[in-house]
Each structure stands twice: as C-alpha cells, then as structure tokens.
Design a protein around this ligand. Structure first.
Ligand code: PMP
Length: 380
C-alpha cells in the first residue's frame, strides 16, 4: 500500500539528533546544540523590511513559477559577475530553498537504475534525493588528510553513471575544492558525458580561499547545474529561498517539476531575496568574520583536548576524528548524555565519516568555550 521507492530513503540523521536535543532543551536541560545546519544570526533588517513592504503592497498572489522577473534578473547578474557563468534571466529558476532545487534536479536528471556519484562524506539530502528518483548513489571515498578531496575516481564511472555532485565549500567537512580538483572533475565529466551538480550554498562562507564555480570551466556550462540559495549567506533559512541555473534541456524539466509541485517560491519572500542581492553586503562579511573567530577558537580547543581536527576552509562545520574514544555514533551519544552537547555522528554523511563527529559552530563564542570545557571533562 505504500511506495517502495520511499522505503529506500531513511529519515535525516541530522534532523533526528537535533530533535532529541530540542526535546531535552524543552525539558529544561542546558544542551549546547552543535548539530544545527543554520547560522544563528537573524536575517538583516533591510531584507525583512523589503519582504514586509512587498507583502503590504499586495505581493501576496501567485508568482510566475520560475520566479519574479526582477529576482531572476538579479540572480543572473550575480552568477555572471561573481561566478563567471554565462547566463541570463531565462536560465534562472527560483526555488523554495536550495534543497527543493536539489530534489528537482535529481528527479529531472535520474531514472531508475541510474547512478550518481557522491564524494564521501556528503550532505545527507543528496543520497536521499538520488534514491527518491529510483537511482543509486556511488560513494567515492575521499582522503581526510588531504582535506577530504576526492583522489582519482575514474574507476567509479560506468555506463550507468549520470551525474556527479560537487559541494564546495562542503557540508559536513567544510572542505573547499581548489582549481586542480575541480578541473579533474570537469575533465572526467566531459570525457564521460556526465552532468555536474554544483551546490554552492556555502560559497560566501569561506576563509582565506577563493570560491570557484565549476560551471565556469571550459566545456562545463552545457553540463553543469549550479544550485545556490539565501539560507546561509544571508541567514535566511526559514524563508525557503534558493535558485539554480541549468542547461536548457534539463532546465525545462525542472520548471515542469516545480510548477506541478510547489508552483513557485513564496512571492513576497522573493522581494526579500532581491534586497539581499542588491542591498548592502557588509552583513555577510561581518557574519563570516564572526564564523572565522569561532572556528579558530573551536578547532584550537578541540586539538588541545586531543580531538584531531584540521581547520576547515569554509562553511561552519568542524569534522573531528574521535576514533581514540569510539566511533562517531558512540561519541555523539555520550556527548549528548554526559556533557549535554549535541553533535552529529559523521556516519550520517557516509561510511568515511564513521570515526568522525560534525560540530556546527553556528553558536556564540561563549557557548563554544562552555562546550569545550564540558568536552575536556569527558575526554581528559
Ligand atoms: N546544500 C547544503 C550542502 C546544505 O548544507 C543545505 C542546508 N543544510 C542546503 C543545501 C539547503 O539549503 P536551503 O536552506 O536553501 O534549502
């Protein structure tokens, strides 16, 4: 009586842990929640004002399914100037969050029995969406010592392979792919006629490195779907606003999925997005500076306690090796029970994450210091 396809998909482990933490907090326990995938900052006021103004002006009706023209044009301009992608407004689909964009891409690109390549560890939703589409994930191991970069992975490609997902800066490791790695991926994609899905949601949360869009490489425009959104850069997770750009053939399919499922992103929310792109950008820099300070305090503290962790170059996650104390799941359970610190077991993101925990440092410096004190008591 139920869908076999959905039985292939598991509940999101990241959400499960954060639900337990939320329940404990409600019951009065002082839990430090390091499991969340969202900035703890509020959305900048100018963005809220723009959306509220739009709402009061009556921008409360259905929007065109692909997005309001002003926002599509502003996104296209951003993709041209910041990401060197050769796109116009008609190539931009505004989605209710990057996550919905990824769901639509997997549905639009994959058939039953197809294969999609993920670099292990990878954000949980990619595998779920690949399975929703009836396809299979091929996990390519990465090398922790090399910043979780994929090594040669040509052997994982076969005639069922349809696409490769690139996520830089990445969740859960905070790793950033450099030009050389991206070029290797691009070369393989071109040689084997594959699509590349480039999830660039953490593009602005990057420390002393340059973000590079794989879609700007020679020969990649026609095979790259670039996904991005407002959640992380502008602290707009609850607004549900993202976007993608794709080659025309698949773009049409994605539009079809969107129009028959969610219709469009919320109309007045899109005016908030327009202000995010066109208004002052100093809030983004201030947020990234704060994240960087927190990263440095957290990573130095972890290494002092003996939890080995390299400084990630992007996003707001630390991926710490806890193998000295058990596997990631055992350690995460112990931390929640004994220290009231919620982290996510690395295994949630793929087999390579078994010995790791993911710590989201989207939390104040005071709470980070308090968590380090609690961790020290457990691990000393
Ligand atoms: N991609 C990655 C890698 C993420 O970590 C997340 C959020 N956790 C998303 C996409 C989802 O973004 P959005 O809020 O725009 O759906």
């Amino acid at each position: 009586m139920t869908s076999a396809r959905l039985k292939r998909v598991e509940e999101s482990a990241t959400i499960r842990i954060s639900n337990i933490a939320t329940r404990m907090i409600k019951e009065g326990t002082d839990v430090i929640n390091f499991s969340l995938g969202e900035p703890d900052f509020d959305t900048p006021k100018n963005i809220c004002d723009a959306a509220a103004k739009a709402m009061y002006e009556g921008k409360t009706h259905y929007a065109p399914s692909a997005g309001i023209p002003e926002l599509r044009a502003a996104i296209a301009e951003k993709l041209r100037t910041e990401n060197s992608l050769d796109v116009t407004e008609k190539d931009v689909l505004v989605t209710p969050g990057a996550k919905q964009g990824i769901f639509e891409i997997m549905m639009g690109a994959l058939d039953d029995g197809d294969q999609a390549i993920l670099f292990d560890p990878a954000w949980v939703t990619y595998d779920a969406c690949i399975r929703f589409a009836g396809a299979d994930t091929v996990w390519v191991p990465t090398v922790p010592e090399k910043g979780f970069l994929p090594d040669n992975f040509a052997e994982y490609i076969n005639d069922k392979t349809k696409l490769i997902v690139v996520n830089s800066p990445g969740n859960p490791t905070g790793g950033v792919f450099g030009k050389k790695t991206l070029q290797c991926i691009a070369d393989l994609a071109i040689d084997h006629d594959l699509l590349v899905v480039s999830d660039e949601i953490y593009e602005k949360i990057i420390y002393d490195r340059e973000h590079i869009s794989i879609g700007s490489f020679d020969g990649m425009q026609e095979r790259t779907i670039t996904v991005n959104g407002f959640s992380k850069a502008y602290a707009m997770t609850g607004w549900r606003l993202g976007y993608l750009t794709a080659p025309p053939e698949i773009f049409k399919l994605l539009q079809k999925i969107q129009s028959h499922s969610v219709s469009s992103a919320t109309t007045f929310v899109q005016y908030g997005g327009l202000e995010a792109l066109q208004g002052p950008q100093d809030g983004v820099k201030a947020m990234v500076d704060r994240f960087k300070m927190r990263r440095d305090i957290l990573i130095d503290g972890l290494n002092k306690i003996g939890l080995e962790c390299k400084k990630p170059d992007g996003a707001f996650y630390a991926f710490a090796n806890v193998s000295e104390y058990g596997n990631g799941t055992e350690v995460a359970e112990r931390l929640l029970k004994e220290a009231h610190v919620a982290v996510t077991p690395g295994i949630a993101f793929g087999a390579s994450g078994e010995d790791f925990i993911r710590i989201s440092y989207a939390t104040s410096i005071d709470r980070i210091r308090e968590a380090l004190d609690r961790l020290e008591k457990i691990f000393s």
